[in-house]
Design a protein around this ligand. Structure first.
Ligand code: KG4
Ligand code: ZN
Length: 332
């Protein structure tokens, strides 16, 4: 079944084509307009999606070697995300679905991130635990079977990626913070400072990253601007170490508590090499396999949405035409 996937939940306009389990194209246009504001401006995001969505879809179809006439179903993110941005993708999907007389299905963006792993590792089978770490979300989810998800823990304040972005800003490294902090940290000593790790109550699988961000802010203030600039690499390394430490330990606890033998990483922060390596090392000591998607499938993309859609549409589980954007959609 040839499925077109559309992703417009945040600041990336994505479209992709999957043919059964096979990804035929995956086109992403990242909106650069937000960089100079140091964060995403929702109104600019939705306007950019309006401009970009059709060219991106056309490019995805071209690269897949097909036309819109070959598409048998459409998958589109309907939440969580920015209402105006979600509306753009959803409207296009509904329009194409009506015009072509083919089904469409609304996909939970977070579920899409999980399916990105299946694109990269078609052999993987539930049950497994997935750590979803992105700019908007940080959560641990138990996948009992495909389509059956249980939320084990979530952040109570900042998402991990959001903490990277905020610390990137206060270290004057620019936006988004994640990639540049990782690069800067590679020249630093993670033991130079010890930033706090929030483990919350005994047994909790929830996260909190606002404390570590405030600790970095206080440290920078105490050092003064000049000195903080000189020690940028050490501060970045120590901050990254603190975040990764909590993510790894909570994921290990989730895997132990659910007795799964497989853990997946998903979302934009999952490209972080320190996170990937420490997670793989610590979990393999317990006999647990760790997988993560390649970089292009970690960040927001249409491929993950198309793959999730292929699962539902192949079972005839499409959405109703009145499906509305759901900005705060989550797992139960
Ligand atoms: O999944 P994603 O592309 O978009 C959301 O759904 O949020 O994730 C973007 C987030 C940003 O916060 C960015 O700073 C973070 O992923 N990120 C990273 C790295 N690359 C991107 N965080 C840590 N290390 C990285 N190398
Ligand atoms: Zn995302």
């Amino acid at each position: 079944m040839i499925i077109l996937g559309i992703e417009t939940s945040c600041d990336d306009t994505g479209a992709a084509v999957v043919d059964g389990l096979h990804l035929r194209s995956n086109v992403i246009s990242t909106q650069r307009v937000h960089r100079r504001f140091g964060g995403i401006v929702p109104e600019l995001a939705s306007r950019s999606h309006v401009r970009l969505v059709m060219p991106v879809i056309r490019e995805a179809l071209d690269q897949a070697g097909c036309t819109v006439n070959d598409v048998q179903g459409i998958a589109v993110t309907y939440g969580p995300g920015l209402a105006g941005s979600l509306l753009v993708g959803l409207s296009v999907a509904k329009g194409l679905s009506l015009a072509r007389g083919i089904p469409f299905v609304g996909i939970n963006h977070l579920e899409g991130h999980i399916w990105a792993n299946a694109l990269a590792h078609p052999d993987m089978e539930p049950p497994f635990v997935v750590l979803i770490v992105s700019g908007g979300h940080t959560q641990l989810v138990l996948v009992r079977s495909w389509g059956d998800y249980r939320l084990l823990g979530r952040t109570r304040d900042d998402a991990a990626g959001e903490a990277f972005d905020k610390v990137g800003k206060l270290l004057e490294l620019g936006y988004p913070g994640g990639p540049v902090i990782e690069k800067t940290a590679s020249a630093g000593d993670p033991g130079a400072v010890t930033f706090p790790r929030a483990f919350l109550e005994e047994g909790s699988l929830d996260f909190s990253f606002s404390g570590v961000k405030t600790a970095v802010l206080n440290h920078v203030r105490a050092l003064g601007v000049e000195e903080a600039r000189k020690r940028q690499a050490d501060i970045a390394a120590a901050f990254q170490d603190a975040v990764v430490d909590v993510l790894v330990r909570k994921t290990l606890a989730a895997a132990a508590g659910t007795r799964v033998r497989l853990v997946c990483l998903a979302g934009g922060v999952a490209v972080n090499r320190t996170l990937q390596e420490r997670m793989a090392r610590r979990l393999s000591e317990q006999g647990i396999r760790v997988v993560f998607p390649p970089e292009a499938l970690c960040a927001d993309n249409g491929g993950m949405v198309a793959r999730a859609g292929a699962f539902y549409l192949s079972q005839g589980r499409g959405s109703d035409p009145d499906l509305a954007p759901c900005p705060s959609l989550n797992f139960q």
